[in-house]
Design a protein around this ligand. Sequence first.
Ligand code: AMP
Ligand code: GLY
Length: 421
Amino acid sequence: MNILILGGGGREHSLAWAAMQNPKCDKLIVAPGNAGIAEIAECAQLDIGNGAAVVNFCEGNAIEFVIVGPEAPLASGVADRLRDAGLLVFGPAQAAARLEASKSFTKEVCDAAGAPTAAYARFTEAAPAKAHVRAQGAPIVVKADGLAAGKGVIVAQTVAEAEAAIDDMFGGEFGAAGAEVVIEEFMEGEEASLFVLCDGETALPLGTAQDHKRVGEGDTGPNTGGMGAYSPAPVMTDAVTERAMTEIIRPTLAEMARRGTPYQGVLYAGLMIRDGQPRLVEYNVRFGDPECQVLMMRLGAQALDLMQAAAEDRLAECTVNWAEDHALTVVLAAAGYPGAYEKGSVIKGLEDCPEDSCHMVFHAGTAEKAGHFVAAGGRVLNVTARGDTLRQARDRAYAMVDRIDWPEGICRRDIGWRALK
Ligand code: AMP
Ligand code: GLY
C-alpha cells in the first residue's frame, strides 16, 4: 500500500515509524515531514491545507491511503475532498471535526448525548459574559470557541483574570476563534487522555496517556503543546475507561451519527477524573502530540492495520493487542519555548542513541543543514522509550536525553512524576 501522512511533527514521525514496520507499507511519503522523518520516508513539499492540491498529489504519486495528522486540514475539509476523489482516508470529515473546531458545538453534542462535562454558558458579547463570571465566581474557565492552537483556554483563578480573558477574546486576540466565548465551570480532579478509534459506528479504545502541559518542572509556568507524556495513564483504570466509553464516547458517536455526520478517525477525549467519575474536558479530532508518540511506541506495526480498518469501516472485526508495557516521551524544546526562541542551533549525539522497538528519538522540529540536524521549531525532539515498567521507560528515555548534545535545548526532568510518585 502507498501511504501519505500529512504533517511534519513528532506525531507524524511516530506514525511514519509505526507504518514503516508494517509489511503492508510499500511506499511512504510524509508532507511536509522533517529531517528525522526524512531518514525513514520520503518527504514532500505540499500545501496540506489545500484539498485540491493534496488530491492532485495523491493521484500523481499513486497514493492509496492518507493519514491526516494535525487538526487544521481536518477542520478545513481536506478529508472530505480526498474522500470525494475516492481515496481512503484516516481522519474525520469537516462536519465531524467540529468536535475540535468549535467548543460550543461540542457542548451541544454533549448535552444531546447526556455526556458528563462542565456546566457552561456561551456568549457573543463581553458585558453578559462578565456578568456571568461575577455571578459564578472563580476559579472559572474562559474558552475561545474556535481553534486557537491550544492557547484559547484560560483557567482563571480570580474574577478579574476571567474578565481580562473575556476582553482579550472579544478584543480579537484569537481572531475569529474568539468571536464566541464559552465559560465553563472549573472541574477538579486528575486529567488523562483517552484515544478511541472510530469508523462511524464502532468505537475501539486504543489507549490512554497523560500529558505535561506546563513548561516547568512540577507543572509550573506557561502552557505548551506538551512537554512529555506517558502511556498508560494509571488513573484510567479499566473501570474508568469503561465508564468513559459508556457515558461519554459511545453516546457522542451515536449523536454524531444521528446528526448525519458520523465520526471516523481517532477521537481524543481529554478527561477530568474525580472519584472514579470521568467528565469530558474537550475533544480533539486527531492524535495528541506528544501522546501519539507513546501510543505508537507501544502499538508498533498494528497501528497501521487499525487506522486502515477505521477508514474501511471494519473496526468491529478488530482488537488491539496490548502488551503489559509502558512508554514515556520527553520533549526537548528550544530554550525560550513557548515564548520566543532561536532556530538553527546544531544538535549532536543523535547517532549515539539506540533505535529499536524500545528506543526512538522522534523529530518534532528539525531540519538538515550541511550534514547536521538543526533545531527548526519550538518543540524539537521527542525522546521516547518503552519498558516493562514506567520507571524503566523513564530511565531509558532520560539516558538518551543525556546522550544528546544540544546546549540550546531544554527539557523537564520530571516527566511521569505523577504516576511514579
Ligand atoms: P484545552 O485546550 O481545552 O485542553 O484546555 C487546556 C487545559 O485547560 C486542559 O488541559 C485543562 O487542564 C484545563 N481545563 C479546560 N477546561 C477545564 C475545566 N472546565 N475545568 C478545569 N480545567 C479545565
Ligand atoms: N498534547 C496536547 C495536544 O496534542 O493537544
